[in-house]
Ligand binder design. Structure first.
Ligand SMILES: Cc1ncc(COP(=O)(O)O)c(C=O)c1O
Length: 479
């Protein structure tokens, strides 16, 4: 008998698995005798104990029966009902799956990240990690686990957290909202997914910015939206280019266009709201890194200017704390509040309470604000290091896009072709530097290549070294 072990887990599990496949595929038929444990252990060159344990496991799963004096036999359990062929990839069982399978590879930051770890990685999407934060978080979690209890969560979210978020938004963002309208979700991704489920029918038009956060685009496409990309300029979304056809939803990043870096001007915000009012479209305001504004008050959020309540404001703790937390929130417009709450309930019965309770204390005790201030200072240092070192070492080779807030910037490569860009990425990788092209975020390739530089996961000193390596690699590529 041909038994191939798959090398996963304990030996006895591998043997039992291989025999199970032979039984389910019909190679071992009902009533047939399994090889003696001595023979099988010799054939597979494993201990007899492993084979004995494997047979015990098969008997426990009722696939075999051990009979005193006549060894172990395959049980009679209608195995003929199971097709002997291995599962092939099934045809799309639904329209949702068809749409999902047609999406380009799903990658958080626009590219599929290589397995290799780079010594200097300019990847976007890393949080800014401070060890003190993680220690404090551990303590908050253990206290929260006692407080939160083992029960099902409240689907809309843990009330003290919704209150803490509402206070925080009023204090820092002048967003005034009733905690009853704050819905806790599993990050912006779930926020958008719930909004799409609530608002979109197949074929509805949804607008995304160009360039755009790919996870948003893919989420909306998977829900059947017909996507229209609208370009952005130094003032944000070019509202005059919005479609004249009925549009259901517009996804925007007004506080810091992703990844272009512009901040939507007040005039544009008013124009967008006016357009939404006229057309009845909903606006998804993705405030993914609005916390990282330095000094004074932030620019007014769209939702604070929207008297018609057509704006769905979404915030996330992925950038300010860490993305593994998977917590964010929606400030629901009154007209959609109950629908969004119900969609969340049906989706997962609510986000984990212990994490929510820990976060509530973190915000309530103002530790969150202190952490934000420290993160903002650190990001400001890194941004300065980026400007100084890139200008000094790469001067005429690069143009740095808007870079006054957040944790990323676009660096345009003025003198390289796209072919040279591919070479540059490889050269940099072999020198231990991770760099990532920005053109996948655009509908059409920009006329010159560029890089999306994330600087949250790399220190100010390392940014200088990264610039040195990049300068060396550019020189090599241009030879
Ligand atoms: C534009 C944009 N929105 C939202 C997010 C955060 O998503 P989530 O809260 O699901 O982690 C990111 C993260 O990279 C982002 O770039």
């Amino acid at each position: 008998m041909d038994l191939a072990l798959d090398g996963k887990g304990f030996l006895y599990e591998q043997i039992a698995r291989a025999l199970k496949v032979a039984i389910l595929e019909g190679r071992l038929t009902a009533g047939s005798r399994l090889p003696s444990t001595r023979l099988l252990s010799r054939t597979l060159q494993v201990s007899r104990k492993s084979v004995l344990e494997a047979y015990d496991l098969l008997c426990a799963e009722q696939l075999a029966v051990a009979l005193v004096g006549s060894g172990t036999r395959v049980a009679d359990f209608n195995s003929r009902l199971i097709s002997p062929t291995r599962a092939a990839r099934v045809k799309p069982p639904s329209k949702f799956v068809t749409r999902m399978r047609n999406l380009p590879p799903i990658a958080l930051a626009g590219y599929v990240r290589p397995e290799a770890q780079f010594k200097y990685d300019l990847v976007y999407g890393e949080p800014i990690i401070r060890p003190a934060l993680l220690n404090s978080w551990r303590r908050k979690m253990s206290a929260a686990s006692l407080r939160a209890g083992p029960f099902y969560p409240t689907a809309g979210g843990y009330l003290p957290l919704r209150r803490a978020i509402s206070d925080h938004l009023a204090r820092r963002h002048v967003v005034i909202c009733d905690p009853a309208n704050v819905l806790i979700v599993g990050g912006t991704q779930q926020a958008l997914s719930l909004v799409a489920r609530v608002l979109l029918d197949e074929g509805d038009i949804a607008v995304v910015e160009d360039p755009c956060y790919q996870m948003a685009m893919q989420c909306l496409s998977s829900h059947g939206a017909q996507l229209v990309r609208v370009s952005t300029d130094a003032q944000g979304l070019e509202v005059r280019k919005l479609p004249s056809r009925a549009t259901k939803l517009v996804h925007v990043t007004p506080s810091h266009q992703f990844p272009g870096g512009s901040v939507m001007s007040l005039a544009r915000k008013m124009e967008l709201l006016h357009w939404a009012r006229k057309t009845g479209a909903w606006i998804f305001e993705d405030n993914y890194d609005a916390e990282f504004h330095s000094g004074g008050r932030p620019d007014p959020a769209l939702c604070t200017l929207d008297l018609a309540e057509q704006t769905i404001y979404a915030g996330s703790f992925s950038k300010t704390l860490f993305p593994s937390l998977r917590l964010g929130y929606i400030v629901c417009p009154v007209g959609l509040r109950n629908d969004l709450f119900k969609a969340k309930l049906l989706d997962d019965l609510g986000s984990p309470t212990i994490e929510q309770a820990a976060l509530a204390t973190f915000i309530h005790s103002r530790q969150y604000e202190r952490h934000l201030r420290k993160s903002i200072d650190e990001l400001t240092r890194r941004r300065r290091a980026l400007h100084v070192s890139f200008k000094q070492l790469l001067g005429s080779e690069v143009d740095i896009g808007p870079c006054r807030r957040g944790m990323h910037a676009i660096v345009w490569l003025k003198n390289l072709s796209y072919e040279q860009l591919d070479l540059l990425v490889k050269q940099a990788a072999s020198a231990g530097l991770g760099i990532y092209p920005v053109h996948p975020y655009f509908e059409a390739r920009p006329s010159r290549p560029g890089l999306l530089i994330g600087y949250a996961g790399i220190s100010a000193g390392q940014i200088g070294t990264a610039a040195e390596i990049l300068a060396r690699c550019i020189k090599k590529v241009r030879k």
